[in-house]
Design a protein around this ligand. Structure first.
Ligand code: SF4
Length: 273
């Protein structure tokens, strides 16, 4: 079971059109600067008590400044010494030195979505490029951390572009592929886009499964509001992991409901992925 903390929220200098944490848009996100390492440790210890085996530190940024990076490392070191959690990070774009340093400090997984396929990415973000994202994803692999990388569906891309995204993700060889569905956030440029219909979402999950047969395919942000009454079909269509509970800026459905669904489907639960 994976737990995440939004250790620094909002005021991001990037303009990702789906994101309520961007400083470009007037949104209702509850922004706060980077939490102190001790506060992150407390949250991690609480998550561990609730059964989490993996804890991911997330910040809103293009990439960590030297000052922020140093503070994140302090938190990573505290977690390594005081918990048995596997430590993940999602800090945006990394330099090669930062990637090596995270690995040295015991970070085992790095989350870095490529968000959209190459041909659609310029419609999603203009302050950094698709190649910037791919560069960091490749660095993560190069230094020996596990890569978690997927994208967001329903941002105005065509069906063909969804398939392009699946093939581009395959080239990065991530271990986990989160499939997020746009949950349009008021105030963002994509705030008025229609949501992906439940059946279209199911078809897309199936296509991702065909393109990525050996990956852990994880339905993530927007799952509940997109799939609605077809939650279980998402798993039958090919997803084999889910994020339970709350996401970075939106809330999910109660974890008990998802656990009951897995039980009804007679799907075994692994807590260490
Ligand atoms: S997606 Fe990440 S980089 Fe883009 S605006 Fe949001 S927090 Fe910033």
């Amino acid at each position: 079971m994976r737990s995440i903390i939004s250790a620094q929220t909002g005021n991001c200098p990037e303009d990702c059109a789906f994101c309520s944490q961007s400083a470009y848009y007037d949104t209702e996100v509850n922004a706060h600067p980077l939490m102190a390492a001790e506060r992150i440790l407390k949250a991690a210890q609480q998550a561990e008590r609730f059964g989490a085996m993996d804890f991911c530190i997330v910040i809103s940024a293009k990439g960590p400044t030297p000052r922020i990076f140093k503070k994140v490392l302090e938190a990573v070191d505290l977690l390594r010494v005081n918990t048995n959690l596997k430590i993940g990070c999602s800090l945006g774009s990394l330099t090669e030195e930062q990637a090596f340093t995270l690995k040295e400090h015991g970070v085992w997984r790095y989350n870095h979505n490529i968000e959209a396929c190459r041909s659609y990415f310029p419609k999603v973000c203009t302050t950094h490029t698709y190649d910037d994202r791919v560069r960091t994803a490749k660095l993560v692999k190069k230094v020996g951390m596990n890569l978690c990388s997927g994208g967001i569906l329903g941002m105005g891309e065509s069906v063909r572009q969804r398939i392009e995204l699946a093939f581009e993700i395959r080239e990065l060889e991530p271990s986990w592929v989160p499939i997020n569905f746009l949950n349009p956030r008021p105030g963002t440029p994509f705030g008025d886009l229609p949501m992906v219909s439940p059946f279209e979402a199911i078809k897309t999950i199936s296509i991702f499964r065909l393109v990525l047969p050996d990956k852990i395919l994880m339905t993530a942000g927007g799952r509940e509001v997109t799939l609605r009454d077809l939650q279980a079909m998402g798993l039958l269509a090919g997803a084999n992991a889910m994020i339970l509970g709350n996401y970075l800026t939106t809330t999910g459905r109660p974890p008990e409901e998802d656990l009951r669904m897995l039980d009804d489907l007679q799907m075994p639960v692994r807590r260490d992925v």
